[in-house]
Design a protein around this ligand. Structure first.
Ligand SMILES: [Zn+2]
Length: 609
């Protein structure tokens, strides 16, 4: 397949709205989708995605293009890597690229290493006799083969060099294997050895399903107990793996999270796997302890609500508290899930007992403030004034963090009841606390916005009225055939500035139409057929803009709108010309050029008359 064909084929198979929807929450708007722009900061959406034209465009900062441009910008990839990623997604083979391609980026190489290692581990787990202990472990955990395959679980052989040898044989260098995190530098001498040995392997995948790292679990020894060594080890920070951004299971959970607008966050990878196997799929793990700002920003693309499930111990409680703070700043509505007594120590346990208990626990998740109040109440002796004061102080601290005023006063009222005091006193305290907190929250909020923005150089653009008017008129004429005639009869070519060339094309098209020569009823499609790709893009954007501004009008009011725009445009144009002529006149008078002066006077008369 030639490269142009490949690109066209990928575009045909993928829905740009779905691809962009992995990064931004899209809302339907006419034939398009809109969202707040991921490339610049804004509060009202000016970022549009149009599936029919296969483009995205931000009218705020001007950023736009096709599906490849989007993935490149969003992920910070070279064109080839974006192509590779989307080809995988679309199930299109990239034969013409893969052979003899020497300049694959470092990122791409690391992704390949991880993918190969994951496949090796997976194969060993399913087939190799050394993996018997791992298979037995999974059998006791009641994991089905299908689940093991979905999560691509694996087994790392208990060897210092098996993984490295395998990868070296596949053409990767010692240095590359080290950079992928799969090997460790020996402290004695200058050798390397495999990081993961004799462990159950959980590949960590990004949103597209690409393996970016691993979590490795110790397996029980022959006596059935865990041998020495940390229970879990992870891939260290690499060029493609950043713990603060990874969410285990997101590639498999994202659709369900989007559908439910809710993500359930659990602590362990096994919790995610068990829940998915049981059919509850909007579940991910925050790989590590507390939820980070970066993870919140990613989840925000899919959900508006978070349900946090943390272990019922001090570490779990601390993790939950930190996670709640992050989630509130990111604008989530946050609930806390508690496993009922006797339902196991973690979700995995609970699901193995009875999946209905797990579903019930999700349904019964309470607002996080309710959880705070319960925790504090349990620890407070309400007969002790000093203890009461402390408890109230702690809880008010949390109330002060709530951004929404209605919600805040709801909880102030609750606390007033709990501590048998008047609301106004508590409100006073909340205000004091807010002053102290506002600075911290502001820093967090900026961090959370910036973490989704791959390039901070995008700035809102401001177009002058003249440019905007001419763009609106062109968009109207391009998109709605019935408006073509009035534009062509009213607009003079030289008036359109940057779009003059495009307008010349349009006139050509229009004349062909009038002569009955053309059968293609849409200007953009006509350009497409002539492979005028630069123009096609520009027209698509102008159409999109017209649709956004005037799409909801009736045909009659659209015509009226156009007439108004034309009127304003002509006035603006005349005043611009007048200014120009006045300046020219001043110049001519200075040099005493009588001929020139007369000419300008004529023109001015024309303009006014
Ligand atoms: Zn923008």
């Amino acid at each position: 397949m030639s490269s142009d064909n490949t690109i066209a084929e990928i575009k045909r198979r993928l829905d740009i709205a779905e691809v962009v929807g992995d990064y931004v929450q899209l809302k339907k708007a006419g034939t398009s989708f809109k969202a707040c722009c991921p490339f610049h900061q804004e509060k009202t959406p000016s970022f549009f995605v149009n599936p029919e034209r296969q483009i995205y465009h931000c009218f705020g900062c001007g950023e736009g293009g096709d599906i490849f441009a989007f993935v490149q910008k969003m992920e910070g990839l070279e064109f080839f890597d974006a192509l590779r990623l989307l080809a995988n997604k679309a199930g299109v083979k990239l034969e013409s690229y893969s052979s003899g391609d020497e300049q694959r980026s470092e990122k791409r190489r690391l992704l390949e290493i991880n993918q190969l290692a994951a496949r090796l581990y997976h194969h060993l787990l399913l087939k190799d006799e050394r993996a018997a202990v791992a298979r037995e472990y999974l059998r006791r955990r009641a994991l089905k083969t299908e689940t093991i395959e979905d999560f691509m679980l694996g087994y790392a052989p208990n060897s210092w060099e098996a993984t490295s040898k395998f990868l070296l044989a596949k053409g990767f260098t010692v240095e590359e294997i080290f950079k992928s995190g799969l090997s460790v530098k020996s402290e004695r001498g200058n050798g390397y050895y495999d990081r993961f040995r004799g462990r159950l392997m959980f590949p960590i995948r990004d949103i597209h399903g690409q393996v970016i790292g691993f979590t490795a679990r110790l397996l029980p020894g022959p006596n059935g107990r865990d041998p020495d060594g940390p229970k879990y080890i992870n891939t260290p920070q690499t060029l493609i793996y950043d713990k603060s951004q990874a969410l285990y299971g997101l590639n498999l959970a994202k659709q369900e999270i989007r559908r439910e607008q809710t993500a359930v966050i659990v602590e362990g990878n096994m919790d995610v796997i068990a829940s998915h196997q049981a059919g509850v799929k909007n579940v991910v793990a925050s790989s590590g302890t507390a939820l980070t700002v970066e993870q919140c920003a990613i989840l925000k693309r899919f959900a508006s609500r978070l349900i946090l499930s943390f272990d019922n111990d001090a570490a779990g409680e601390n993790a939950a508290r930190r996670g709640i703070d992050m989630a509130i700043v990111a604008g989530f509505s946050v609930r806390i899930l508690r496993l009922p007594d006797g339902a196991g120590k973690d979700p995995d346990d609970c699901i193995r007992q009875d999946v209905e208990l797990w579903k019930q626990a999700i349904n019964d998740a309470v607002p996080y403030m309710t959880w705070y109040i319960e925790l504090t109440s349990k620890r407070t002796d309400f007969n002790d004034a000093e203890a009461k004061r402390r408890a109230a102080g702690e809880l008010l601290q949390e109330v002060a963090k709530i951004p929404d005023v209605v919600e805040r006063s709801h909880w102030v009222a609750e606390l007033a009841r709990l501590f048998a005091t008047v609301e106004s006193l508590l409100l006073e305290q909340v205000r004091e606390l807010q002053k102290k907190q506002s600075r911290q929250v502001a820093t967090l909020a900026t961090k959370s916005v910036n973490s989704t923005t791959s390039d901070k150089s995008f700035r809102p653009i401001k177009k002058d009225r003249y440019t905007l008017l001419s763009e609106f008129m062109l968009g109207l004429a391009f998109y709605w055939p019935e408006l073509r005639a009035s534009i062509v009869s009213e607009i003079r070519l030289e008036n359109l500035g940057a779009d003059n060339e495009l307008y010349r094309k349009f006139e050509e098209y229009y004349n062909l139409l009038r002569e009955g020569d053309e059968t293609i009823s849409n200007f953009r499609i006509w350009l497409e057929a002539r492979q005028n790709n630069e123009y096609v893009r520009r027209v698509a954007i102008l159409e999109l803009q017209a649709e956004k501004e005037f799409g909801e009008l009736t045909p009659a009011s659209r015509q009226a709108e156009l007439d108004k725009l034309l009127g304003e445009f002509k006035l603006l144009h005349a005043s611009r010309q007048k200014l120009e002529l006045t300046r020219a006149m001043a110049g001519a008078e200075k040099s005493g050029d009588q001929q020139k002066i007369r000419e300008i006077q004529e023109k001015l008369k024309e303009l006014i008359g």
